[in-house]
Design a protein around this ligand. Sequence first.
Ligand SMILES: Nc1ncnc2c1ncn2[C@@H]1O[C@H](COP(=O)(O)OP(=O)(O)OP(=O)(O)O)[C@@H](O)[C@H]1O
Ligand SMILES: [Mg+2]
Length: 254
Amino acid sequence: MSTSRSSSLAEDGAAGVRPGAYYGNGIPYLPIDGYPGKIIAIEGTDGVGRSTQISLLREWLEVQGYGVIETGWTRSELMQPTIDLAKGSNTLNKLTFVLLYATDFADRLEKEIIPALKAGFIVLSDRYIFTAMARAGVRGVDRTWVRSLYGFAIAPHQVFYLKIDEKTLIRRVLQSRGMDYWESGMDMKLADDIYESFRAYQRALLKEYTSMADEFGFRVLDARRKVEIIQDELRRQIGAFLAENDTSAGKEAE
Ligand SMILES: Nc1ncnc2c1ncn2[C@@H]1O[C@H](COP(=O)(O)OP(=O)(O)OP(=O)(O)O)[C@@H](O)[C@H]1O
Ligand SMILES: [Mg+2]
């Protein structure tokens, strides 16, 4: 399915969209022009280390006086119980899956992200629409259609992609919390056992993310390195961006 709008996400990609603006038609009743807040997204696959980096970033930003909120998938009050229920029943059709996630994002956009941008906060987003696109892509949902679906989303100011290889990821996940059903893509019936399924599913996901890096201008970070090294690089790039935009936006009013 394609769209005739010239400003759609599918047609312009990140390059044609100003950070902080809607990718496509947006939410027509919610103009966001001139809002001082910033969206900083940390993307990456399951277990790569996003939460670890986000909690360190939050602390660092708050010490400097920035107001910070965190947002992440399936955390919307409206959709969390429904998504949990659908995952639990394991009868989820792939299109329904995509639409439930999009609804979760729409709810958080309207109730959390946009109000925070208006108030000059930094929104630290634990994954953004790209994870939804990757998961849909590997399940065979039309990529152009998914991109136009997310035309209501706002282009982040910075997107960091924590890039990892399959082998390091497996080691990290096994050392921490193990593999779960959905992270292993068991719904896709790629393999009988969870280990093989995790490997095949994550390999496909990593390929999807990689192919989106140029399309959406990801800042790619090597996630195989130590936590502190990755954090230093994030702070350097975010710090430079905020310094450029400072005085007018970002800092909480004194
Ligand atoms: N750079 C790193 N090197 C080694 N281990 C790491 C690194 N970053 C995080 N870890 C460890 O990997 C595990 C997963 O980290 P974390 O919870 O931050 O990942 P996540 O991407 O948020 O995962 P999830 O997809 O479950 O939300 C944790 O045990 C964490 O301590
Ligand atoms: Mg996490």
